[in-house]
Design a binder for this molecule. Sequence first.
Ligand code: ADP
Ligand code: MG
Length: 684
Amino acid sequence: MTIDLEQNIQYLKGVGPTKSVLLNKLGIFTIRDLMEYYPRVYEDRTKLKSISEFVNDKQALFIATVVAPIKVQRIRKNLVIYSTIVSDDTGVCKMTWYNQTYIKTKLVEGEAYLFYGKVDLGRSRASIDSAFIYNVKDLDKIQGIYPIYPLTAGITQNYLFKLENEIYESDILVTDIFSDEFRKRYSLAEVNYAMRNVHFPKDFNAINVARNRIIFEELFLFQLALMSIKNSGIGVKKTSVYQDIDLRPFLNLLPFELTNAQKKVVLEIKKDLTSDRVMNRLVQGDVGSGKTMVAALAMYMAVKNGYQATMMAPTTILASQHFDELSKYFERLGVSTALITSSTTKKNKREIIEKLKNNEINILIGTHSLIEDDIEFYNLGMVITDEQHRFGVKQRMKLSAKGNTVETLVMTATPIPRTLAIILYGDLDLSIIDEMPPGRSPVITAVRDEGSEDKINHFLKSQINEGRQIYVVCPLVEENEELDLKSVEVLYDRYKNDIFREYEVEFLHGKMKNKEKDEIMQRFKENKINILISTTVIEVGISVSNATVMVIENADRFGLAALHQLRGRVGRGKYQSYCILKSSNKSVNARERLKIMEKSNSGFDIAEKDLELRGPGDFFGIRQSGMPEFKLANLLTDASILKSSQEAAKEVIMNDKNLEREEHKKIKEALLQKFGEQLNNIAT
Ligand code: ADP
Ligand code: MG
């Protein structure tokens, strides 16, 4: 029998309309989806045991005869217990099922069955709850390594097992996208072998071989997609090489000297720019390490070479802050700058667009507004994205597409664990600013519960009385701005009308107009506000060196990386700064997680731990980056496959940029099948 892979699951034998709705919930819509619905773990059912060999708390597969009538006990309305005794030559075992009406008719006294379940060795005899029951003649099918699938209500292990089996009994053949030679080169199993053995492995080694192949393909295709949408590509030659620029005029204006780490990174950028390949560089540096200045120097080099440069930041507040800080230097260097955000007036915007086209603006700083179609440059030569983790790859690409061969610099303060960096920024060279500007002492961090409220407030007052300022951040209640606003307002009310009556308290919220937000931020900068209450809109980039305390309410609701970002808002000046993590969550897990913040000031350590604790799916920022959830690959444990698949993808792309060669035909088809829509979006 032949089955079409793209056929709706509904028409597979044993499915039908009702079950198909449930399968859809698991993401299974087609036969292919079902094939690619992989087991979470495997159970070892290879050995048939006798009752005397049972081990407490371990699963056992055994054949035994029902030696007592089926007892039915109605405990209460929703609970009926069915139980009986079974025995083999070596012993007896009590079997119990809950609410399984069919037991009464299924089991017949005096008959033997094949059972599988977890053993409880009580004082007197063994017992098993909710064992699986099979016919003895099915032993062949059941004995072996048994796949355990993630389930949803109404779909059982047995049911999925049967469906998967249905497909594999049908002799379906999948075409391998890899040639024999390719598979040999990267030690990959053939696809049909892999698919069969991931569901019905013949032994544990076969599982590894199968998984390895499937994970490789998954990661390979994803990376190939990434590489082919990055129009900059790998090692693209540029049309004209940059002249080396004397940076002293700029550096002389700064009130400080660059740190060694900053100097090193500036040099790396300079090397890129003066080489014959287009720059694709990621600058990672912990919060407060001074990335903005590095970006400014890069833009200066672009401008001095006759190009325009642009820098995109994720929020209006941050974009304005960059503009304020940098335009004052650029002005004195004769470089013209402009700012464009969603709060730029129409008239102002029209003016900027005009000037931009005429090359009267050298540097344009802004938010997502930069991506809009009506923003056209005269000769855009450099694109910088700040806080890259807040943007998707697509947005970066779209901005780059406004120039010809564009030098790219992406900056992030969320240190991304190595494995994730490979995936998200696989084609980028990495620069690390691993040094803080001098005179900064680490932020003192403390986790406190509600019992410390009075002490904390007392401390806050003493800081304000010394002239310092405070941030108070509360978590997003949900992705609902109305509700979030409410939680900020409640907190504001408590501070403003009660505890801190005699102080200036203000609040900031994502739902406010940009103009309002900017005004409040401005007043905060001028120290006209003592306490600023906010949601995470202040999370990224904001720099007010007089602010010394960051209080985070319900801190356990944040990821560690986000907490580290928030903490980075203080400790930016010469004063000792503090971060108070409030949490009344008593769970050991939550406590332990927050304690990491007390111990570590390194964003890298924290990011690694965060990834470990929460898994890659939830890792800060990944969702926004449009990263797919992988079906089988695990970014924590599959780093080595990630690397080899990346090498393979690079090699393919370098030799055959548009995948036109015959041997890449199937790869291209698979790529379009999986990522088609995204690839098209980018290409325009
Ligand atoms: P981030 O890396 O988090 O983006 P910023 O670029 O905002 O950090 O820099 C944080 C603060 O440090 C800014 O006020 C900036 O002016 C200042 N700064 C940057 N470089 C230096 C330096 N070499 N010495 C002293 N201060 C610096
Ligand atoms: Mg920054």
